[in-house]
Design a protein around this ligand. Sequence first.
Ligand SMILES: C[S@@+](CC[C@H](N)C(=O)[O-])C[C@H]1O[C@@H](n2cnc3c(N)ncnc32)[C@H](O)[C@@H]1O
Length: 176
Amino acid sequence: MNIVVLRLGHRPERDQRVTTHVGLTARALGASGMLLASDDRGVINSINEVTRRWGGDFFARSVDSWKQEVRQWQESGGNVVHLTMYGQNLPGVLDEISGTESVMVVVGAEKVPPDIYQVADWNVAVGSQPHSEIASLAVFLDRLHATRGTDPLTQAFQGGTLKIIPSVRGKIVKEV
Ligand SMILES: C[S@@+](CC[C@H](N)C(=O)[O-])C[C@H]1O[C@@H](n2cnc3c(N)ncnc32)[C@H](O)[C@@H]1O
C-alpha cells in the first residue's frame, strides 16, 4: 500500500517541532513521504537528514498548492483520508479504507481549509475527542497496517549510516 501524508496549516513560527514529528512518525510507521503545504526548508531538511542517516527512501517536500496535489492524487486513482475529530469514527470505516491501494492522509494544525472536508474521500476521527495530529496519524497508520496484516515496526530501512542494535539496556548504535 502506498501512503503519503499531507500536512496542512503549518505555521513556521509555531509548528516546526510538531510538523517534524508528523514526518518522522509517518516515516517510522510505513508511509513513503510527507508533503508540506507550506514553505519551511528547515523542517524539510531535518526530516530528509533523518532519512539520509537512518535509511529508507522516505521523502519530504514542500508543495505550492495542496488542492493540486489532492486532485492529481485522486485523478491517478488514489484516495484521500482527512483526519479530523469531526469525522466518521475510524473503527466504522477502517475496512473500507484498507481495501484501497494508495492513500493520502491529511492532517491539520490549528485550522484546516474548509474545502478539505469536501474533497476528502473520508473524513475520519481517531476517536471523537480532540487530541493531536501526531497521535491520530500514529494510531491511524498502525490500525491500517494491522487490518492489512502488515507491520511497519518490522520494516527494513535500507541504506543510511546508522543502525540501532536493539538491546535490553543501554544504547547500541552501529555506524555502517
Ligand atoms: C490541534 S488539532 C485541531 C483539531 C481540529 N479542530 C480538528 O478538526 O480535528 C490538529 C489536527 O490534529 C488532528 N486531530 C486531532 N484530534 C483528532 C481526532 N480525534 N481524530 C482525528 N484527527 C485528529 C487533525 O488532523 C487536526 O487537523
